[in-house]
Design a protein around this ligand. Structure first.
Ligand SMILES: Cc1cc2nc3c(=O)[nH]c(=O)nc-3n(C[C@H](O)[C@H](O)[C@H](O)COP(=O)(O)O)c2cc1C
Length: 237
């Protein structure tokens, strides 16, 4: 199986430690590709909207974005990690997610995303671990992913793993290992089930695209939905 990891920080701190613990169970069996942000996607979205309006390869950051997208589409499991920065994901992670705005369901979602599984690992010192995970989950669910598991921690006293009370590191380690075991036991030859919220989003957008297509049959997103057969009987799941 293949795993693609998007690390929201380049720092080898607590987020990194938790992610390494999660991956331990997969190391012998999985092919793991990791991206570290901002190194592997250093640019911000400049708002040119070329990706939405015409073609994603016209983005100034297309070589970076497409490399990440290829790895994500090939993966059976996606792992996203971020520490909490002012109660949200890191700016680097947000910049990465912005680059995939055109893959949100109201635009041009990838069929492959509907069958994927994802894990989000976040942590903070005192507040914001859940809102950080939500920042990432919002995008993933609008990309069409139904099976998204979040694991989040509050450190409370110390931010250096090696100085943390042993009880705290043991507790976090055991929770991450439990999730890792659960995720290793999945049969990845079968795609994840697309659940009702994703289907509801799909049908809402389907209606929207049908109406937009009546106004302008050349509209980029409408043409994409039509070509995929989603305005007829085809479904991405
Ligand atoms: C810019 C910045 C903003 C932060 N904002 C928060 C915050 O809102 N809430 C919080 O609990 N911790 C906050 N922290 C602390 C980090 O979340 C915490 O130190 C975390 O463990 C860092 O993870 P790392 O070791 O993987 O870098 C912030 C740290 C930085 C650098």
């Amino acid at each position: 199986m293949k795993i693609t990891v998007i690390n929201g920080t380049e720092k080898k701190g607590v987020t990194y430690r938790l992610k390494e613990i999660f991956l331990e169970g997969f190391r012998s069996s999985a092919e793991i590709t990791e991206f570290y942000l901002p190194r592997d996607l250093p640019g911000f979205c400049c708002g040119c909207t070329q990706c939405f309006r015409t073609r994603q390869d016209l983005c100034k950051d297309a070589p970076y974005v497409q490399k990440i997208e290829k790895a994500m589409l090939e993966a059976d499991l996606l792992v996203f990690t971020s520490p909490s920065y002012v109660c949200h994901c890191t700016g680097a992670m947000k910049a990465m997610l912005d680059h995939f705005g055109y893959r949100w369901m109201p635009h041009r979602p990838s069929k492959e995303m509907f069958g994927k599984r994802a894990v989000i690992i976040t942590q903070c010192l005192g507040a914001g671990e859940k809102s950080t995970a939500k920042d990432i989950k919002d995008s993933l669910s609008w990309w069409g992913i139904s099976d998204i598991r979040c694991i989040s921690f509050k450190l409370m006293s110390e931010i250096d793993w090696n100085k943390m009370p042993a009880k705290k590191t043991a507790e976090m380690t055991s929770k991450v290992q439990a999730l890792s075991r659960k995720m290793t036991s999945i049969d990845y030859s079968k795609p994840a089930r697309t659940r009702l919220p994703a289907k509801a989003k799909f049908y809402m957008v389907r209606m929207l695209q049908t109406n937009l297509g009546k106004q302008d049959p050349e509209y980029t997103d409408f043409k994409y939905w039509k070509e995929n057969g989603w305005l007829d009987k085809e479904r991405p799941w």
